[in-house]
Design a protein around this ligand. Structure first.
Ligand code: SF4
Length: 242
């Protein structure tokens, strides 16, 4: 896609703040930032507050998040009060019907149930959040997984049919953490307890020493079945992902 190549050529010489600024210059109100309140997302929120505060910042509240995640959400709303925060929820009726038919913890029963829950609580709200957007910003990094080593600053998101900006594409975890320290960015206290990637409470656990990042999510499933549909990309077909 020619537009992606052009944007990548412009993004190549830019740092994370520059990529965020580029996204806003190109798309204005048609770009938003999706935060799950992880460390990378907290860095991007902080950068947006400084460099492009008009960018909409949205979160998907699945209704099953950790109490600590809600506390961080509330802190963000106070600290970055000039930002335009939006929280998207699953459709009440669909959740009620799903829980009535399959139980509150349906995801432990089968892969189909787990994917259904992820669809109802995450994918459908994401589709609504992105409905009037042409592009979105996310906190993916190349060294998060072998499937992400070729991540570009700008990509075509085939699953959502949007342009995706990855301002931290070439950052290491150490860079993320030193930014957090240097800029006094708030993070989820669960990180200090061994949680690396923090999602829904019933589906996320702390990592044991030596375990890969994916071991902390849906640990009762086979590795190749783990996906929730938020960052599906055909070029990663067959690989594990968020
Ligand atoms: S991560 Fe678990 S609780 Fe959250 S939406 Fe997916 S299955 Fe449901």
């Amino acid at each position: 896609m020619e537009r992606i190549s052009q944007l990548n050529a412009r993004a190549a010489g830019l740092d994370a703040a520059g990529i965020i600024t580029l996204a806003y210059a190109e798309f204005g109100a048609k770009v938003s930032f999706a935060t799950s309140l992880g460390e990378e997302d907290q860095v991007i929120t902080d950068l947006i507050a400084v460099h492009a505060p008009a960018i909409e910042v949205f979160t998907l509240d699945t209704g099953r998040l950790f109490a600590q995640t809600y506390e961080l959400m509330a802190k963000n709303q106070k600290k970055y009060s000039r930002l335009n925060f939006k929280i998207f929820y699953p459709e009440t009726k669909t959740v009620e019907e799903m829980v009535r038919a399959k139980g509150i913890n349906l995801f432990y029963e089968s892969i189909e149930n787990r994917k259904l829950c992820c669809h109802v609580r995450k994918v459908e709200p994401l589709q609504r959040a992105l409905a009037d957007k042409e592009a979105w910003i996310v906190g993916l990094r190349r060294d998060q997984a072998v499937t992400r080593t070729s991540l570009e600053p700008v990509e075509w998101d085939e699953a959502n049919k949007k342009i995706k900006f990855n301002p931290l594409y070439n950052w290491s975890l150490e860079q993320v953490r030193s930014y957090i320290k240097e800029h006094n960015v708030d993070v989820n206290p669960l990180h200090a307890q061994g949680f690396v990637s923090i999602g829904c409470a019933p589906c996320t656990r702390a990592l044991k020493p030596g375990e890969g990042i994916r071991a902390g999510r849906w640990w009762w499933e086979q590795p190749d079945q783990k996906e929730c549909g938020l960052h599906n990309n055909p070029k990663w077909k067959g690989h594990k992902r968020e």
